[in-house]
Design a protein around this ligand. Structure first.
Ligand SMILES: Cc1cc2nc3c(=O)[nH]c(=O)nc-3n(C[C@H](O)[C@H](O)[C@H](O)COP(=O)(O)OP(=O)(O)OC[C@H]3O[C@@H](n4cnc5c(N)ncnc54)[C@H](O)[C@@H]3O)c2cc1C
Length: 300
């Protein structure tokens, strides 16, 4: 069986790519390894018409709606390797299934690396968040913190922006010398307080953060923490040796979403730091439509 397109990943991006291709009567196979980036979250927010939907319900609805397009199939298996080239790719899954496809769309998301701080993993997605638009409204007005890892996010005013949701925002910064003067002034201007000391431990009650303990001995009350831990690509994407940008995201043509390897396209979190379910869905739709267009122009 030669599929027109193999989509790797059935999150918001992969499901949206499959919808565009299914509606174009393409033969599509969607693989999923079953480990979405937001699996610690209980609800998806900031997705119009789906605000407050549990992630598993979002995926179930996506698959249900795709059920009416006979060209779209699902295989809940991780893809281990992609060999071959445009028009003739061969995929091998974890259960040793081999599938052939003319085009590939990578929608595999990103892996967040849990920080080596006691309590971090337990609270991730429950009271440690990466995006205030996603989870800020539900916890607005509480004692918020921002865990600065390097200065880049601060330079973009992230901590100051958090004041939209809470008057009580504190920045935990590991080292004084990494914080430029203009950023210190900006934070003071926004009345954001700072603690300069490495975080030793996060005190959690179940999944709920209560305090941040610093290496200098201070124990600061804090219910909600924002952080942007490092991320990396899934192994399969690493193995493809695609061109990445300096932050490690897969580079794509902005119009076609083709990667540096002809016939391999990418959409969603793995291509950008501007990460969110609706943005991943939008680029998935774009990738699906562009692959369909490109297949229509190619000899069969
Ligand atoms: C804790 C948390 C909460 C969040 N809350 C929100 C929110 O409320 N609102 C919002 O807009 N955004 C939220 N986000 C961000 C949002 O989850 C992502 O932007 C979105 O899921 C990205 O969609 P995606 O399709 O690119 O990737 P994902 O949703 O991560 O899906 C990728 C899929 O690819 C699969 N996969 C990976 N490798 C393979 C392989 N080799 N073979 C087959 N399948 C593979 C994975 O199993 C996974 O199912 C949150 C993120 C986190 C971490």
């Amino acid at each position: 069986m030669l599929y027109d397109v193999a989509i790797l990943g059935a999150g918001p991006s992969g499901l949206s790519a499959a919808l565009a291709l299914g509606r174009a009567s393409r033969r599509v196979i969607v693989f999923d390894a079953g480990s979405p980036r937001n699996e610690a979250a209980t609800h998806i927010h900031n997705f119009v018409t789906r605000d407050g939907t549990p992630p598993e319900e979002f995926r179930r609805l996506g698959r249900e709606q795709l059920g009416k397009y006979p060209g779209v199939e699902f295989m809940d298996e991780a893809v281990l390797s992609v060999e071959g080239e445009r028009d003739d790719f061969e995929l091998l899954t974890v259960n040793e299934t081999r599938i052939k496809a003319r085009r590939i769309i990578l929608c595999t998301g990103m892996i967040d690396e849990m920080l080596d701080i006691p309590g971090f993993s337990e609270a991730w997605g429950h009271s440690i968040y990466q995006c205030p638009y996603c989870h800020g409204w539900e916890v607005k007005g509480q004692r918020w913190g921002y865990l600065a890892i390097g200065t880049e996010a601060l330079a973009h005013g992230f901590a100051a922006m958090l004041k939209n949701w809470s008057d009580d925002v504190v920045v935990f910064h590991p080292e004084e010398e990494t914080l430029p003067d203009d950023i210190i002034a900006g934070l003071e201007n926004h009345n954001v307080s700072r603690h300069v000391s490495p975080v030793k431990r996060l005190v959690v009650d179940g999944h709920k953060l209560t305090h941040v303990e610093l290496a200098d001995g201070q124990r600061i009350a804090c219910n909600v923490l924002f952080a942007h831990p490092p991320q990396h690509q899934v192994k399969l994407v690493q193995s493809l040796e695609l061109e990445l940008d300096p932050q490690g995201f897969v580079q794509v043509d902005t119009m076609t979403r083709q990667t540096s390897r002809p016939g391999i396209y990418a959409s969603g979190d793995l291509t950008t730091r501007a990460q969110g379910a609706i943005m991943a869905a939008a680029t998935g739709t774009q990738a699906g439509a562009m692959v369909n267009y490109e297949l229509s122009m190619s000899p069969t």
